[in-house]
Design a protein around this ligand. Structure first.
Ligand SMILES: [Zn+2]
Length: 206
């Protein structure tokens, strides 16, 4: 994520919108689902949408990065709670954000095979993975107002280098992006998502 995009998300986020964001993330973390959108004012939800943090669709909170309300190919287990992530990098960044170990299950876009892995509580270490060399594809695309509709659609996890290659060859235009090892994908996810709870805590304390 670029510096300016980071600033657009966090600069001046305070008061009711910050509290609402925290409440929404906590709800996904403890219930696997968001609270009712009606719990928050339209102004607060509009502010969080403008910052591309939370999006409401059809009157319900549809996503609050890294979490998605509807099922995706990226499942995260935090203790007994099962929650879905918006994309592969979001799933891999969740343990660093919540500071808990997590089991992550992704479906390879090429063959549909489940790739299961565990990330340690510091969010930085892959403890085991069900295939020997899963690859994380971090696609480079222009981000519109909602990353979930653009960038996240090209953040994928493949069971093997061969299946990443197969997918790349199937793309109508040559796919631009980074081919990352699982360890690199976890580092990227941790860098993006660690501030989501941490920034709020530190700002709230000031
Ligand atoms: Zn595969």
């Amino acid at each position: 994520m670029s510096e300016s995009r980071f600033a657009e998300r966090w600069d001046g986020l305070s008061g009711a919108p910050r509290q609402a964001h925290l409440t929404i993330l906590q709800s996904y973390m403890t219930n696997g689902a968001p609270p009712p959108a009606s719990q928050f004012s339209a102004e607060v939800l509009a502010e969080l949408a403008r910052r591309d943090l939370v999006h409401v669709r059809n009157g319900e909170i549809a996503l609050a990065y890294p979490f998605s309300t509807s099922p995706t190919d990226f499942l995260v287990r935090l203790g007994d709670v099962t929650v879905y992530a918006v994309c592969a990098v979001d799933a891999l960044g969740t343990p660093a954000m919540v500071r808990k170990p997590a089991e992550i299950v992704c479906n390879c876009p090429t063959c549909g095979a489940r790739v299961c892995l565990n990330v340690s509580s510091d969010g930085l270490t892959v403890e085991n993975a069900s295939t020997s060399d899963p690859r994380v594809w971090a696609g480079v695309v222009a981000v519109e107002s909602c990353a979930a509709d653009s960038q996240c659609k090209s953040m994928l996890l493949f069971c093997s280098p061969e299946h990443l290659d197969t997918w790349k060859r199937s793309q109508p235009q040559s796919a631009r992006g980074f081919d990352l090892s699982l360890a690199q994908g976890v580092q990227l996810g941790a860098a993006v998502f660690r501030p989501f709870l941490h920034a709020q805590t530190s700002t709230a304390a000031s």
